[in-house]
Design a protein around this ligand. Sequence first.
Ligand SMILES: [Mn+2]
Length: 427
Amino acid sequence: MAGGMSFTFLHAADIHLDSPLVGLSGEVAAQFRGATRRALAALVDLAIERGVAFVIIAGDLFDGDWKDYATGLFFAREAGRLHRAGIPLCLLYGNHDAESVIRRRLQLRDGVHAFSARKAETIELPEWGVALHGRSFAHRDTTENLAASYPSPVAGRLNIGVLHTALDGREGHAPYAPCTLEQLVRHGYDYWALGHVHRHEVLHEHPHVVFPGNLQGRHVRETGPKGACLVTVTDGSIGQVEHIPLDAARWAVAAVDAAGARRPDDLAARARAVLAPLVGEAEGRPLAVRLVLTGAAALPPALSGDPDYLAAELQAEAAALGEAVWIESLRLETGPPAARQTGSRPDALGRFADILDSLPDDPAFRARIQAEIAALHGRGGVGPALEAGAAAPGLQPDETDEAIRAARVLLLGALAGEPDREPDAAP
Ligand SMILES: [Mn+2]
């Protein structure tokens, strides 16, 4: 290898092109629509600007079978831009775009190398001294240890393994192409360009084992900056791995301490303090925030008993911070029992609160709530499923408790809903 030679490459994964972003409606949905396309275009822009040697997409470029050819044509346009800039694209298919999943297809044009699903395959880029090894998914449910079939490293090359895997299990991700970190570290490659897990993670250095995370968050459980890894190679060894945000719209979950807030402007000020830094980090991107009001049991009934008003006040506060800032949803959390609103009240409301407090422990009641939520899921009415490919869309583990908590706050707020007599409650 030439002394002092340095170059960069881009490692991306889980682009889920044209994935419907879940949990939004109306104006927000319009702002978020097309975000996966804009993120892919941003990846290509970055590759060209930085003059990278090559680009890797480690699976789930597509979200599933195309609705029509527009998805494939958009990809063809972006791949063409890379090719005309002289940048090869190495593409691996994962569970979402396995051979058996995508029925419509377009031929790949020059400059795009797709890894075979039959067996592990090596792509050599001699001008960079690089050998890339990879194997695509033939089927969605690939439970074989694919990494075990990857070839030994090529002597005298920088060896990169491209693999779509959940390793030995990652929360919220289907356990496809299982393998262990130790197995990858021992294989003899310099860099493992992984995909499938949507959160960016550097699991090991020298050799590097890296998930770039997805390129664009698709729902409120995929929060914060999303993008790709720009990797610097100097004299045939891996140097810096820099995660660069390329998302075109962003999600966040933020807690606002509502305890002791007596008036709308007080609560709005607390929300502003939490939202402002998120708006700053989003750098002008559309931003959808789930707000969790902790200590909501202590809110005066004028606020907790009128969820539409509460949500509108907080949305108005968000709008004051940026024109593309939305409250995705508002969750009311009552906090631990000791902090609860009615405490030792001996009256009917206090006894009703005690009954409500016992419900989370009642298996029959839990089962009914779960059935209701499952029915809503079935109609597509409630939040996102797990990273698709997992079990059928179903309950999130925390959803039942969350629903019971929220119902408690709403019920008690509404029942106690006489005008707020707190001395500091201004008109
Ligand atoms: Mn995947």
